[in-house]
Design a protein around this ligand. Structure first.
Ligand code: S3P
Length: 443
């Protein structure tokens, strides 16, 4: 078992960059694989999850070459994938599984996807239901809600799907299957989840549009399409990875950190709003628009992925309430937000976040257990947690349960805790941020 010891630090100062965005890296490989021509991806995230996506498409005959400057995906066109020999291994990656299911549903060959222990316990009914309604022949091999999944060829029809959850993975699975359907497909979700699929597919040439309704719900529609076309993609830094260093800069006295080139798509940037509401000294500098692909077709009036340099300075924080309007835009950041809340003065309430229970771990449980081990006052609830902040944290043994975001969030907690904090199974940071500890140790 890999372990990492963390000790308190002072005065974190300097400039860092964080690795490429995980969601955009996955999609670059997926859409590049089913497009015509060579998609060139710079700042691709070399995390284990995105490598699982590469491996799956290589097994379906796509030539993908990783060079020091970029990843080159030699696309096969919408109908050019070939039947994989053996099971597609999706590792720990929910994004690979759910988005790939939408693509596989439209193929003329059968396939099986399976992942690691955690992945094979995550709910897949949420994609099997809408894909099945479209005519896909997708089933759980163990007749459960979970992977391994078998997908057999079926004729797909366009549907209007009312998703019960704001989930970009569900939305994307349905939209991708919609590329292969016989009519228009539309997905409505209760709140806008990350919209990288919509932005990027639009630039790859798909006929896709989106709207946010007055009540906050959002719809995306797509028409079947003949072909997608290769793009050049500059992946912005991952705000979900930047979140750990934003928190470090805010919590460690005397700190001033500049985090360069971070994606600030509003559907992802809820952490920035939360920091401001908690009283943080945080500023976005040099805000620009990085094309998600080389095209410029506007969606929501957005033509690419907004990107900025983020400057944070140590700040005394206070507790706040975080509810449904913000949750989809910060769902992956809740473990580190909980750490910030434990260090803030007063009460923080996180609600409408029951999706936390179906992430790589049940993050309501794993955050509660580990914050309590460090001496924080946390009460788990059905859809979130209540944190009474302000008590000094003490070092503890942290069980990451192999969840990368738990390992990183509690490493940041360790920077402010008294004594030694030991992160167990620390190597799981490889999933989304292989150099996390190197960056942390350099500060
Ligand atoms: C992701 C969507 C989110 C997020 C995950 C990445 C994506 O999951 O938690 O880390 O790339 O589409 P849900 O769609 O389940 O909310």
């Amino acid at each position: 078992m890999s372990v990492k010891s963390i000790y308190p630090k002072k005065d974190l100062r300097g400039e860092i960059t964080v690795p490429g965005d995980k969601s955009i890296s996955h999609r670059s490989v997926m859409f590049g694989s089913i497009a015509l021509g060579t998609t060139v991806i710079t700042n691709f995230l070399n995390g284990a999850d995105c490598l699982s996506t590469i491996d799956c498409f290589q097994r379906m005959g796509v030539k993908i070459v990783k060079k020091p400057d970029a990843v080159y995906v030699h696309g096969k066109g919408l109908r050019g994938l070939s039947a994989p020999a053996g099971t597609l291994n999706v590792g720990n990656s929910g994004t690979t599984t759910r988005l790939l299911a939408g693509i596989l549903a439209g193929q003329s060959f059968s396939s099986v996807m399976s992942g690691d222990e955690s992945l094979n316990q995550r709910p897949m009914g949420r994609i099997m239901t809408p894909l099945g309604r479209m005519g896909a022949r997708i089933s759980s091999i163990q007749d459960s809600d979970c992977a391994p999944l078998r997908i057999e060829p079926g004729d797909l029809h366009g549907i209007h799907y009312q998703s019960p959850v704001a989930s970009a993975q569900v939305k994307s699975a349905v939209l991708l299957a919609g590329l292969y359907a016989d009519g228009e497909t539309c997905v409505t979700e209760p709140a806008l989840s990350r919209n990288h699929t919509e932005l990027m597919l639009s630039n790859f040439g798909a006929d896709i549009s989106s709207v946010i309704h007055e009540d906050g719900s959002a719809s995306a529609r797509i028409s079947p399409c003949q072909e997608l076309y290769a793009q050049e993609i500059q992946v912005p830094g991952d705000i979900s990875s930047a979140a750990y260093f934003i928190a470090a800069g805010l919590l460690v006295p005397g700190s001033e950190l500049l985090i360069r080139n971070v994606g600030t798509n509003p559907a992802r940037a809820g952490i920035l709003k939360v920091c401001q509401a908690m009283g943080a000294d945080i500023t976005c500098l040099n805000t620009r628009n990085m094309p998600a692909a080389s095209g410029t077709s506007p969606l929501f009036g957005q033509t690419g992925e907004p990107t900025a340099d983020i400057l944070v300075r140590y700040s005394p924080l206070h507790g706040i309430t975080i509810g449904k309007d913000l949750i989809p835009a910060l769902i992956d950041e809740i473990p580190v937000i909980a750490v910030m809340a434990a260090c803030a003065q007063g009460t923080t309430i996180i609600r409408d976040a029951s999706e936390l229970k179906v992430k790589e771990t049940d993050r309501i449980a794993t955050v509660t257990e580990n914050l309590r081990a460090m001496g924080a006052d946390v009460t788990p609830t059905e859809d979130g947690m209540i944190i009474e902040g302000g008590a000094p944290l003490k070092g503890a043994h942290i069980n990451s349960y192999l969840d990368h975001r738990i390992a990183m969030a509690f490493s940041i907690a360790g920077l402010t805790a008294a004594g030694e904090t030991v992160i167990e199974n620390s190597q799981c940071v490889d999933i989304s941020y292989p150099d996390f500890f190197q960056t942390l140790d350099c500060l």
